[in-house]
Design a protein around this ligand. Structure first.
Ligand SMILES: [Zn+2]
Length: 320
């Protein structure tokens, strides 16, 4: 919003639609906001009852002749400024893919970020560009903390923040680990954050999905810890199997995706994973909200109940 010369008309229209909803968070309550972005990615802002703010993933970037977009610069930072924050308590990156850490570098360079959390992975598929961000976080005065299942974050006394996955040995997504794609390996081993506020539970699984991930959860995580009030749909709503949602029985599901994926012609629904997610999670009785259709989505918890509010009514219809 501060650099209008960089935006195309489409992006400006999108900002006008979204900007008026950046109102103050309710004091003493937990506010979780899933941002609506013009580029594929996930970015969630968590404003704690104690007045702190942390981020789960930082969205993506895109630069071409029509669009120069950085989720950190163009969406997250304007939101945080409008809310009156002067520093970020923590940034958690679920896994090192660009649609989740795209805005991170800009935020580290332009904000005070107290802690930077990821799973500390150093192996196959890890890019040098991503590893440098860990160094940047510490160079800028923050603390880098690699964490795995069992790790806890002490960011607000009224919240219980625990990581349920991945385990130290990582989840292998196939019988022959050498045949597992790097992309799939990193998705399956996304940090799975469980946030509890009173009796209300939020689950942030990054892009983790699939049989090996579900087997790990069944064997290693107590079933009661998986019962979820608000689920961020894993992998942007792509590949929503039934086993994982059935373990969680979420009351609300938020999907962060675009309205159209033209290159995704082989899936049952090439238009948007949001439509399929509405069907799958809806069958479990969950309320499903999709950023592509409902805009910016806000959840407010008082510890006993959660209220979700979309910034607008559904503006896209499912593909016929
Ligand atoms: Zn992703």
């Amino acid at each position: 919003m501060t650099r209008p010369s960089f935006f195309c008309a489409t992006l400006l229209g999108w900002l006008v639609l979204t900007a008026p909803l950046f109102l103050a968070a309710e004091p003493g309550k937990l506010t979780v906001t899933w941002l609506d972005m013009p580029v594929h990615g996930l970015a969630v802002i968590v404003e704690t009852p104690g007045g702190k703010v942390f981020l789960v993933d930082t969205g993506g970037t895109k630069k071409n002749a029509e669009l120069d977009y950085n989720a950190g610069r163009d969406t997250l930072s304007p939101f945080l400024k409008q809310r009156g924050y002067t520093e970020i308590t923590g940034i958690l990156i679920s896994h090192p893919h660009g649609d989740h850490y795209g805005g991170l570098e800009w935020l580290l360079q332009n904000w005070t970020v107290r802690e930077f959390i990821d799973h500390g992975y150093e192996g196959r598929g890890q890019s040098l560009a991503y590893k440098r961000l860990r160094d940047l976080a510490t160079q800028r005065g923050g603390k880098y903390r690699p964490m795995l299942a069992g790790g806890r974050l002490e960011w607000d006394a009224s919240l219980s923040l625990e990581l349920l996955s991945p385990p130290a040995e990582f989840i292998s997504t196939g019988s022959d680990p050498s045949k597992v794609s790097e992309h799939g390996l990193l998705n399956s081993n996304s940090l799975l954050l469980r946030l509890q506020h009173g009796s209300q539970v939020f689950l942030f699984p990054g892009d983790a999905y699939g049989g090996a991930f579900e087997t790990y959860l069944k064997k290693k995580v107590p079933a009661e810890k998986l019962l979820t009030t608000v689920l961020t749909a894993p992998h942007h709503g792509f590949n929503p199997g039934y086993a994982f949602p059935a373990m969680l029985m979420p009351k609300h599901v938020v999907v962060s995706c675009l309205a159209d994926y033209p290159g995704n012609a082989n899936t049952p629904n090439p238009r948007s994973p949001g439509d399929r997610a509405i069907q799958v999670y809806g069958k479990l009785g969950a309320e499903v909200l999709v950023t592509a259709f409902h805009g910016l989505i806000t959840a407010v918890s008082d510890g006993e109940k959660v209220t979700l509010t979309p910034s607008h009514e559904r503006i896209s219809k499912p593909a016929p």
